[in-house]
Design a protein around this ligand. Structure first.
Ligand code: NCD
Ligand code: ZN
Length: 346
C-alpha cells in the first residue's frame, strides 16, 4: 500500500546553522516542499539582511545534499528595538512572518519581548497589520509551566481584538483550552506538532525521566493530547502542521541544564501516516500537512517547489542517533529512536 502527499509543508522548523544545519536539513528537504524556518539562532535573525544570508546558507546546504526542490520561508525575530523601516524592507524581500518570543520563554529567546502589550510593541503590530505580515507567537507566560499557554491566551485575545486584520498564529498549540480561542477569533490560527498529538506528560516523566521528550511548551495532559489529536485528525480548518523539530546535541539534552526541544524531522510523515491510519483518518492527512497551510498563510503554489511525496506501508526502524561528523561534534537523538514505524518514505 502506498500514499502520496502533494507539497507537504512544515510551518514551524528549527534548522540551526553550519554542521548541524547540514546534518538535519536533508530530513526535511526530502519530505517537504517548504518549511517556515525559525529565527532563534545564536545571533537571532532580526533583520532582512540576516534573514536573506540565512536563506542562502540553507539553500546552499540543501543543494550540497542534492535537494534543489526545497524552499525555506524566512521569518524575522521581533525584538523591542525592531526598526519600522526594517519591516518594510522585509516585505519588499518577500518575508511575511514576524516571530514573537516572550523574553526567556524558550531556547534562544533571550532577545525576546518582555512587555508584549506596551506602546512600542503595539506600534509594531499596527505596522505588521498594515503591511500584511503574519504574527507567529510562542505564547507562554512565565507562570506555572503547565498553565503557561492558557495564561497567555489573554494576550492573544487582546492582540486579535485590537488588530482584526492581522493574522496571528498560536505556535505549537499544546493546551486544549486554546482550541476554543482559535475558534472564537477569526484572525487567530495555530500550528500543531507531531509530539503534542502523540504524547503527553507521562512520556516525559511518567516512568523514568525522558529528556528527549522535554520541549517548550511542555507536553500536557492526556485530555489535551486527545483534543489536539482530534483537531489534527479532522484537519481543523484553523490549524496547520508545524513540527517544531528542534535539534540539540545529545550532550546538551542530557546535561544538567537539559535543553528543551524534540528532534522530530526524521520521522514526521511516516509517524503521522501511522497515527492517521490508526484512527481511520488517512484521508485527512493531505489537508493537515499541506492544504490548511496554503489557505491560512495565503501561499501560492506557483511559488513553491512542486513535490509528490510517496509513503510506503512497510515497517521501518528509526535510527538511534544521527551523527554530526564535523569535528566529531556529537549525536542528535531523534523522536521515536529505535522504534518501528509502520510507514516509510519511498
Ligand atoms: C525550540 C528550540 O530548541 O529552538 N525548543 C523547543 O523546546 N521547542 C524553541 C521553541 O520553539 O520553543
Ligand atoms: Zn520552535
Amino acid at each position: 500500500m502506498t500514499l502520496t502527499l502533494q507539497n507537504p509543508l512544515d510551518m514551524h522548523l528549527h534548522l540551526r546553522e553550519g554542521a548541524m544545519l547540514d546534518s538535519v536539513l536533508p530530513f526535511t528537504a526530502q519530505a517537504f516542499s517548504a518549511a517556515l524556518v525559525m529565527p532563534n539562532l545564536k545571533t537571532p535573525i532580526t533583520t532582512t539582511d540576516l534573514a536573506l544570508a540565512y536563506k542562502k546558507q540553507i539553500l546552499e546546504s540543501a543543494t550540497k545534499s542534492g535537494y534543489t526542490d526545497f524552499m525555506p520561508f524566512m521569518s524575522i525575530f521581533l525584538t523591542p528595538s525592531l526598526d519600522k523601516n526594517e519591516l518594510q524592507k522585509a516585505k519588499l524581500n518577500g518575508i511575511r512572518i514576524l516571530k514573537l518570543y516572550p523574553k526567556g520563554a524558550t531556547t534562544g529567546s533571550e532577545n525576546g519581548v518582555s512587555e508584549i502589550l506596551d506602546d512600542k510593541t503595539l506600534e509594531v503590530f499596527a505596522l505588521a497589520q498594515k503591511l500584511g505580515f503574519i504574527l507567529s507567537i510562542h505564547g507562554e507566560s512565565n507562570g506555572f509551566c503547565m498553565d503557561r499557554e492558557f495564561e497567555f491566551l489573554r494576550v492573544f485575545k487582546h492582540i486579535a481584538t485590537n488588530f482584526p486584520e492581522l493574522r496571528i498564529i498560536i505556535e505549537h498549540m499544546s493546551d486544549r483550552r486554546s482550541l476554543e480561542v482559535i475558534e472564537s477569533y477569526e484572525n487567530l490560527y495555530a500550528t500543531l506538532t507531531l509530539h503534542h498529538i502523540s504524547m503527553n506528560l507521562d512520556d516525559v516523566c511518567g516512568g523514568m525521566l525522558n529528556p528527549h521528550h522535554f520541549c517548550k511548551p511542555m507536553l500536557k495532559t492526556k485530555k489535551d493530547q486527545q483534543a489536539l489529536l482530534q483537531a489534527a485528525l479532522n484537519a481543523h480548518p484553523k490549524v496547520s502542521f508545524g513540527s517544531d523539530s528542534a535539534p540539540h546535541l545529545e550532550s546538551a539534552k542530557l546535561s544538567p541544564k537539559g535543553a528543551a526541544g524534540i528532534f522530530s524531522a526524521p520521522v514526521l510523515l511516516p509517524a503521522l501516516a501511522q497515527l492517521f491510519e490508526e484512527h481511520n483518518k488517512l484521508e485527512n492527512l493531505q489537508a493537515f500537512v499541506s492544504d490548511r497551510a496554503f489557505g491560512i498563510y495565503g501561499l501560492d503554489s506557483a511559488n513553491i517547489p512542486q513535490k509528490s511525496v510517496r509513503l510506503v506501508r512497510e515497517p521501518s526502524i528509526v535510527p538511534s542517533k544521527i551523527n554530526i561528523p564535523f569535528h566529531n561534534m556529537g549525536d542528535i537523538v531523534p523522536l521515536f529512536a529505535d522504534k518501528i514505524l509502520q510507514w516509510r518514505l519511498d
